[in-house]
Design a protein around this ligand. Structure first.
Ligand SMILES: [Zn+2]
Length: 210
């Protein structure tokens, strides 16, 4: 485990490394941000957005919470989406889940988890929506993996339900919403190939806001 002191030593080394390749790196960084991506992922310490994407500071606007959830009454995630689309004009919104997600695992467990109950209930709702498919899977590990994927898919749909995404997509063709899963056992990033146009059309039959 990394020691507290080591973090500041690492920071000094990071500054030196950045400056060695670009002397004005921090001057440019301080001016503004212009990221093309909004990344919504899990808070899990093993799933670091920029590392696995090979992205640099300034390239990805990041929001993380337990289970990578997009909840319509969560002011935090809704503010992030609105700011990213309206002000930063991101081209892509990514919802990224990961196998072996503790949040998803907890939602599959029969236990009172206090304040986590209402949060994790959103994942239980995903299970209920897809119960026929999930209950047909007899291998618990495969069922767990599939719930991780379906949760990402449903959170992508929750992003598409927002007025700001519908409005900006209609007028500019952006942002496009993508669903990813990190296979934490191999490090591989899997694109679930969410058909954004198709999902948007389906969603707008009921959730059309503009
Ligand atoms: Zn997780």
């Amino acid at each position: 485990m990394i020691s507290y002191e080591k973090i500041f030593e690492n920071n000094a080394a990071w500054i030196a490394e950045k400056k060695s390749t670009d002397a004005t790196f921090f001057e440019k960084l301080a001016k503004e941000q212009n990221p093309d991506y909004l990344y919504i992922g899990c808070s899990d310490s093993r799933v670091t957005a920029e590392d696995m994407m090979g992205a640099s500071p300034g390239e990805v606007f990041v929001h993380r919470n337990i289970g990578n959830l997009v909840v319509s009454i969560d002011l935090n995630v809704m503010s992030v989406i609105n700011y990213a689309v309206r002000n930063l004009k991101v081209k892509n919104i990514i919802v990224c889940g990961h196998y072996n997600c503790g949040g998803v695992k907890a939602a599959m467990t029969q236990e009172d988890m206090g304040i986590l109950n209402p949060w994790l209930r959103n994942i239980r709702d995903v299970f209920r929506l897809h119960r026929n498919e999930l209950q047909a899977i007899t291998d618990p590990k495969q069922q767990f993996d599939r719930l991780v994927e379906l949760n990402v898919r449903e959170q992508c749909i929750n992003v598409i339900k927002t007025a700001v995404v519908q409005k900006h997509y209609m007028s500019s063709g952006f942002p496009v919403v993508h669903g990813w899963v990190l296979d934490i056992r191999s490090g591989k990033l899997i694109d679930l190939h969410i058909d954004f146009e198709k999902e948007l059309k389906g969603i707008q039959e009921i959730y059309k806001l503009i």
